[in-house]
Design a protein around this ligand. Structure first.
Ligand code: ATR
Length: 328
């Protein structure tokens, strides 16, 4: 196991668990008892960093974690997020509200849903472009003062926003998509800014939303699936192209006696020592395989082979609206 701290946290397993998929995004919500059993098994396997957000299943995901963790709160580091707003009837996203009023509403709700008196890491999920980042961070810092929040993070933020935010309050974490296929943070200055301000990069979708871990051409959406409608790289010609690249990763992996998914996770963790990752899964076997990635060592030859792949990926990671909300 690799242990790394996030800000002032105790050293945490560098492979945490992204919990979104338990409630929505890639298919129907898990049965509650199954999800809670998986969360408990994750703790037993040494996972201690669990990631959720207000919008994951419109509160469903936070409430699930609340039920799973209320009798073992000291064993888990809970990260949640606020900002994006949605229509409670339809689930449609309606924008981002980084106001003090919304920050207060959101934190009170997250504490209630998560059945806890403090959130270890509280992120602004997307930047509210209608107001200065300093205003939102000021509101979040107030929650730290009140003891409701341990540390503050930002998600999908631009480097200059991160630098400005860190002048108002310490930013302990930046959560961005980062994988063999998605490397923009290395080019747009976000990873460098993380180092400068002392933030840990929390890499989400390290498995490329599953593409890097045993994806099949025959996949069919099971219920509503984000990838079928809102992720261009999972569609048509782009998908064919990208799956051919995954084959190349599988060859690298088999030389190392590992799976493509393990190589994908090892790659993320070996980019820098201020990176942790939160692959998502709804299955115990996949969780165990993901944790095994901590023991995969990538050779210089393997790294060189993987290095060129991101440039060959076709299709954006989000649709047009989704892309407008990132790099804020
Ligand atoms: P996110 O951060 O958005 O959850 P991700 O971690 O890159 O994205 O990928 C999550 C997807 O990878 C999920 O669809 C998950 O499916 P299961 O719930 O069926 O596991 C899939 N996934 C995770 N670990 C996997 C593994 N070891 N083998 C195959 N698929 C895996």
């Amino acid at each position: 196991m690799i242990r790394r701290s996030i800000g002032s946290s105790r050293p945490l397993n560098a492979i945490g668990l992204g919990c979104m998929g338990m409630s929505f995004a890639y298919g129907p919500a898990m049965e509650e008892a199954d999800a809670i059993a998986l969360l408990h098994e994750a703790i037993d396997l040494g996972v201690d960093h669990f990631d959720t957000a207000e919008i994951y299943g419109m509160g469903h995901n936070e409430q699930l974690l609340g039920k799973a963790f209320n009798d073992r709160r000291d064993k888990v580091f809970i990260a949640t997020k606020f900002g994006p707003t949605y229509n409670r009837e339809t689930g449609q996203r309606t924008g981002v509200d980084g106001s003090e009023k919304n920050a207060r509403r959101a934190i009170e709700q997250s504490l209630r849903f998560l059945q806890t008196d403090h959130i270890d890491l509280w992120y602004l999920h997307r930047r509210d472009l209608s107001r200065p980042i300093e205003e939102t961070i000021g509101a979040m810092a107030q929650m730290v003062k009140e003891g409701k929040v341990g540390q503050i993070g930002l998600s999908e933020v631009a480097a200059e926003s991160l630098r400005a935010a860190s002048k108002v309050h310490a930013i302990s974490a930046v959560q961005s998509e980062f994988s063999i296929f998605t490397r923009f943070i290395e080019e747009d200055g976000v990873l460098a800014a993380c180092k400068d301000v002392g933030a840990t990069l929390v890499a989400y979708s390290p498995l490329g939303r599953g593409m890097l871990a045993g994806w099949s051409k025959d996949w069919k959406a099971d219920g509503w699936d984000f990838r079928a409608t809102m992720a261009p790289r999972f569609q048509g010609e782009a998908l064919e192209n990208n799956l051919a690249l995954v084959e190349e990763i599988a060859h690298v992996a088999s030389d190392l006696g590992a799976t493509a998914g393990e190589v994908a996770l090892a790659w993320v963790l070996q980019r820098a020592d201020n990176i942790v990752t939160i692959p998502g899964t709804t299955k115990l076997t996949n969780l165990k395989q993901n944790l095994a990635a901590a023991y995969v060592k990538l050779t210089p030859a393997a790294l060189a082979k993987l290095d060129s792949l991101a440039a060959k990926v076709k299709g954006e990671r989000y649709d047009e609206n989704g892309m407008k909300a990132v790099n804020g």
